[in-house]
Write a protein that binds this ligand. Structure first.
Ligand SMILES: Cc1ncc(COP(=O)(O)O)c(C=O)c1O
Ligand SMILES: N[C@@H](CCOP(=O)(O)O)C(=O)O
Length: 462
């Protein structure tokens, strides 16, 4: 299996290289040259199988000879052993034809753990074999950072630097990043929003002296391995509802577009997914793009679903690549336009392709709170605000096809918004009950790329 860049001008890589490389050297994102498919018998055989077995079947065709079957099975087993639910991603019924996929039973209580625990194990195995050391730099609006720190803390061959927007993540999210005491963990509070942090990370990847000097690696969903691991739960949930003999729809709370793009990959692999519905909060750039064909940034507005406070949605580039018929030059032009002017207009053909693949909806702050209240009162579910955004949009798209809404985080990560809407204080699991007593350690930095790079160099003695 070979991996190509969405902008068509970077070296073609193996799975291992793509995983350790992160952003392509032409600024694009890596994708498999072709998407392997699973026939209906193979999908049917997933019924009753463990999450780990389905993970092996779904991911194996993408990893080439990076790991042997035995190594890969061991990686998967280790990745999911710390999850707090035997099913890993349990499905609960919310109402007629509506199901909630709980993706918050991992170590840091958000869906990011599904992929981050996998890539933590895969990095460790690959780096042990090569004897290399890497510097991971990631941007977070709260959940990716905590999941990455949990997955990489204490590992010998890795330093992990996480840039988060100061004052724009919840207290639980911040403490998950700032309380680990391992020397290889560095939480950096940056002046700005998530887009500021993500743009700094991309700038570091595009500075080849820095990139090669520190041996930079990425764990955001720019890393294909992150997206791949998220494909698995589309299969487990759809199969438990009758796929491949029945079509299933999905609604996905969306920010950086990694999670819903994993659904697109599942569909291309042969899973009969009907609608893939993008659910956005008031940072609704993706919904507007689907409505108008124009991708226009207009500043991040802080919301009660802060992990989705994103305007420059990284993986949308991957969606564009397919919408443009895998034309890297066209994608490259659009991305240049975005960088220069903060907007671009999708061509008519690509727009039609996007509309054929995705539906969308936007949820206001008031509607998010009202959905938390309603789900608690009438569905027996205490939703986090991101999941509430998803459930609200899904309800507007319910029909005769079963709908699965992805519940992307545990309500206890966002207690203020959840308590205000439901009257219930969501408790953290016992293993985290002392989170607010632990000592915090972070470095505050202005939005100044040179200062951020200097700090990273200094910390790793590069
Ligand atoms: C809790 C939560 N829900 C939804 C999202 C959106 O996911 P994606 O960025 O993959 O679109 C994120 C982060 O991005 C998140 O942390
Ligand atoms: N919501 C995310 C934003 C980064 O997304 P990623 O999937 O690209 O890592 C977060 O919580 O950090």
């Amino acid at each position: 299996m070979r991996y190509i860049s969405t902008r068509g001008k970077a070296p073609v890589l193996t799975f291992e290289q793509a995983m350790l490389t992160g952003l392509a050297r032409d600024g694009g994102l890596y994708l498999p040259e072709s998407i392997p498919t699973l026939d209906h018998d193979a999908i049917r055989a997933m019924r009753g199988a463990s999450y780990e077995d389905v993970a092996f079947t779904v991911m194996r065709p993408f990893i080439g000879d990076t790991f042997t079957d035995a190594e890969f099975r061991e990686i998967i087993a280790k990745a999911y052993e710390g999850f707090g639910h035997d099913a890993r991603a349990p499905l609960v019924q919310l109402g007629a034809n509506h199901y909630l996929l709980e993706l918050f039973h991992g170590p840091t209580l958000a869906f990011k753990d599904f992929a981050m625990q996998m890539i933590g194990q895969m990095f460790q195995a690959a780096l042990k074999r090569s004897g290399e050391r890497v510097t991971i730099v990631g941007a977070t609006s709260g959940d990716t950072g905590s999941a990455a720190i949990e997955a990489f803390r204490g590992l010998d061959a890795v330093d992990v630097f996480i840039l988060f927007p100061q004052g724009r993540v919840s207290d639980v999210q911040r403490r998950q990043m700032t309380t680990p005491s391992e020397d290889n963990v560095h939480a950096l509070a940056i002046e700005g929003d998530f887009d500021t942090c993500q743009s700094a990370v991309k700038d570091m990847f595009n500075d080849f002296d820095f990139r090669d000097g520190v041996r930079l690696a990425g764990i955001n969903s720019i890393n294909w391995a992150r997206v791949l691991a998220q494909v698995v739960y589309y299969f487990t949930s759809a199969v438990s509802l009758g796929a491949p003999d029945r079509e299933i729809n999905f609604t996905v709370p969306t920010g950086n577009f990694g999670d819903i793009f994993a659904g697109y990959i599942a569909k291309q692999m042969g899973l009969p997914i009907g609608e893939l519905v993008i659910a956005t909060n008031q940072n609704d750039i993706l919904h507007r793009t689907l409505e108008t064909g124009a991708y226009t940034t207009d500043g991040v507005k802080p919301s009660i679903s802060p992990s989705m406070d994103i305007q420059v949605s990284s993986n949308f580039e991957r969606a564009l690549f397919y919408a443009y018929g895998q034309d890297g030059a066209a994608v490259s032009d659009q991305m240049d336009e975005l960088k220069a002017s903060g907007e671009f207009k999708v061509s008519q053909g690509a727009y039609e392709a996007l509309k054929e693949t995705y539906a969308s909806g936007r949820v206001s702050e008031e509607e998010t709170s009202a959905m938390i209240t309603r789900a608690n009162a009438t569905m027996g579910e205490l939703l986090c605000p991101h999941s509430a955004v998803g459930v609200k949009v899904a309800m507007d798209h319910l029909g005769t096809t079963p709908m699965v809404t992805l519940a992307t985080a545990h309500p206890a990560k966002f207690p203020a918004a959840v308590e205000a809407a439901s009257g219930h204080h969501p408790e953290l699991p016992d293993r985290m009950s002392d989170l607010f007593e632990r000592e915090e350690r972070m470095t505050e930095l202005p939005n100044d790329i040179e200062k951020i790079k200097a700090l990273i160099r200094e910390r790793i003695n590069a």
